[in-house]
Design a protein around this ligand. Structure first.
Ligand code: HMG
Ligand code: MG
Length: 299
């Protein structure tokens, strides 16, 4: 049997949080309903952050409530603090994600606090989540470079990741936030992290600004990472990382993994339909190389 790779689809959150014109709840819902047909088992639906900071993600709990629940699909929400946690809990969300960074400057710009202060906020969230049996995923941004500080020491990435795991996150996703890294530098981060942490606890979240995301994922696979975040059609970026492009496109990740013999659970026709529909709504060109070849050659 082929080895399974877990994919966390972050298009509805990371993908849409940076769109100039926020989509309506109906449009976001229709996007997620399409994604729920693709075989993707983990979908980050939105975030419970301040709507003043990220208006695109406003009303994510209404969106969550409007979605049909399927016990085989994890629908999660990103939250920065206890207020966000309470909102997610109130709509019956069973999985949330907390987020900090390996860079002080990025943490300050993104969530308006220091890294240590972010841990203090998460301690309350994790304690409450444990009591409520809500699973918590962690994100650590700037695994290689920070848009404000430049190169980040891999040991700092390890420290922040270990802290989130000790606090009770079941898995931590390392964000290559601005997409500047090449595989040699990604390798150094995994070398240090994997010397202390099991690969089953770590995920890779690669943005594709310089077209390196697939190369970085290949490097990560070589080192034993089997969990990746991706965004359909490479949607996205981070509002607090100017110029950062979207995540690796789910279509390209599918092509890499399926051709390397990994199982992903993705149904290709449904994935391509979801991709076609969201690009139409956003009136954008799909930068995924696989998607371009697929439409040119196969259809
Ligand atoms: P703050 O101003 O320090 O917070 O912001 P505060 O506690 O002083 O509250 C200020 C106001 O925000 C108050 O409202 C609060 O009620 C409200 P006011 O009294 O002014 O009307 N507020 C909230 N509203 C809704 N939901 C909440 C919430 N909390 C406070 N949960 C805060 C701190 C964290 C809220 C703010 O900085 C924020 O919302 N930041 C958003 C950051 C964000 O969403 N960034 C993008 C996601 S991270 C990412 O993309 C990286 C990732 O993809 C990995 C990678 O690529 O590296 C994960
Ligand atoms: Mg991201």
């Amino acid at each position: 049997m082929s080895e399974f790779v877990k994919i966390v689809e972050v298009g509805p959150r990371d993908g849409l949080q940076n769109e100039k014109t926020p989509l309506s709840i109906e449009q976001r819902k229709s996007f997620i309903l399409d994604l729920m047909q693709t075989g993707l088992k983990n979908i980050e639906v939105g975030s419970c952050v301040s709507p003043k900071w990220v208006p695109q993600m406003a009303n994510s709990t209404d969106l969550f409530l409007s979605l049909p629940k399927d016990k085989h699909i994890n629908l999660s929400l990103l939250i920065p603090n206890l207020k966000g946690f309470e909102q997610a809990k109130a709509v019956g969300c069973k999985e949330i994600a907390v987020f900090t960074a390996a860079s002080e400057s990025f943490t300050q710009k993104n969530i308006n606090c220091t890294i240590d202060e972010s841990f203090e906020k998460f301690a309350d969230v994790l304690a409450q989540a444990k009591a409520d049996e809500i699973k918590v995923r962690g994100y650590v941004s700037c695994m290689v470079d920070c848009p404000y500080e430049g190169a980040i020491a891999p040991v700092q990435v390890l420290k922040v990741t270990q802290k989130l795991l000790e606090m009770g996150c079941y898995e931590v996703s390392l964000g290559e936030t601005i997409g500047t890294a090449t595989p040699d530098r990604v390798k150094k981060v995994w070398d240090i992290c994997l010397s202390e942490i099991g690969s089953h606890l770590l995920a890779g979240h690669f943005h594709n600004t310089y077209g390196m995301a697939i190369a970085n994922i290949y490097q990560s696979l070589e080192q034993g990472i089997r969990i990746f975040d991706s965004s359909i059609s490479g949607l996205g970026g981070c509002p607090y990382a100017k110029g950062a492009a979207g995540n690796v496109a789910t279509e390209d990740l599918y092509y890499l993994l399926s051709n390397m013999g990994f199982e992903t659970g993705i149904h290709l026709d449904e994935l391509m339909l979801a991709s076609k529909n969201i690009n139409k709504v956003l009136n954008r060109h799909n930068p995924s190389s696989f998607a371009q070849a697929y439409w040119q050659n196969d259809k």
